[in-house]
Write a protein of this length. Structure first.
Length: 222
């Protein structure tokens, strides 16, 4: 078995903030563009990354965890462009298989034995629109190492989610999503939340924002 508990990967890697929320009107996305790695001497290196990646006209990917997740996300974008797939339900199966393969390649490169507690893993959130359900056209999927072995699996996100978890903010966003508010109103609450976290020193890097509505993906960054 080839996985290892590699210090290179653990070094505070990727505690950047990710926030998502959705209802029947659209999806709100926010990603702090920060990453941290350890150099061979064990010193922290601060990185600026683009953790919010538009995949198609109506879908996007957010990356959390180790900075290498951004490389995997960009590789997925190139793969999707060749497949001509846009519906998020189709994208989910393709993305899970592709990213699982990329993640295994990443682990093979970095590690040697199975880790006991793989807290350093990469995770992703896939967001997009499906044409198969007019009543609930928007989907959020969390792709993460839910099993003990470092292997990607997936779960659907019902309303709002954050990583690291911000339960107070999630509660407010869940209530807004279920209250049928517009994506713009939910986005304002997300921005208010990220600014509050910035004031506490929890967020340090620029944050990218985006919406996915029936009209498609649109950046909402300053």
């Amino acid at each position: 078995m080839f996985y290892a508990l590699c210090e290179f990967l653990i070094g505070g890697a990727g505690m950047s903030q990710i926030i998502v929320a959705k209802n029947n009107h659209g999806i709100v996305l926010a990603a702090e563009n920060r990453g941290i790695q350890l150099d061979p001497e064990g010193k922290e290196i601060s990185l600026r990354l683009n953790r919010l990646i538009q995949l198609t006209s109506h879908s996007a990917l957010l990356t959390a965890g180790a900075p290498e997740g951004v490389e995997m996300g960009n590789a997925l974008k190139r793969f999707i462009e060749g497949e001509k797939v846009d519906d998020v339900e189709q994208l989910y199966g393709a993305a899970l298989a592709f990213l699982a393969s990329e993640y295994e390649r990443f682990m093979r490169k970095k590690c040697e034995i199975i880790p006991v507690d793989p807290i350093h893993q990469v995770s992703f959130i896939l967001a997009g629109k499906t044409g198969k359900d007019e009543a609930m056209p928007f989907r959020l999927y969390y792709l993460w190492t839910k099993k003990r072995h470092p292997q990607l699996d997936g779960d659907e996100i019902q309303d709002a989610f954050s990583s690291p978890r911000r339960m107070g903010l999630e509660f407010q966003l869940n209530r807004m999503c279920r209250g049928n508010l517009s994506p713009g109103e939910i986005l304002r609450k997300v921005k208010e939340g990220t600014e509050g976290l910035r004031g506490l020193g929890e967020i340090e890097a620029p944050v990218s924002y985006a919406l996915i509505t029936r009209e498609g993906f649109q950046s909402a960054s300053p």
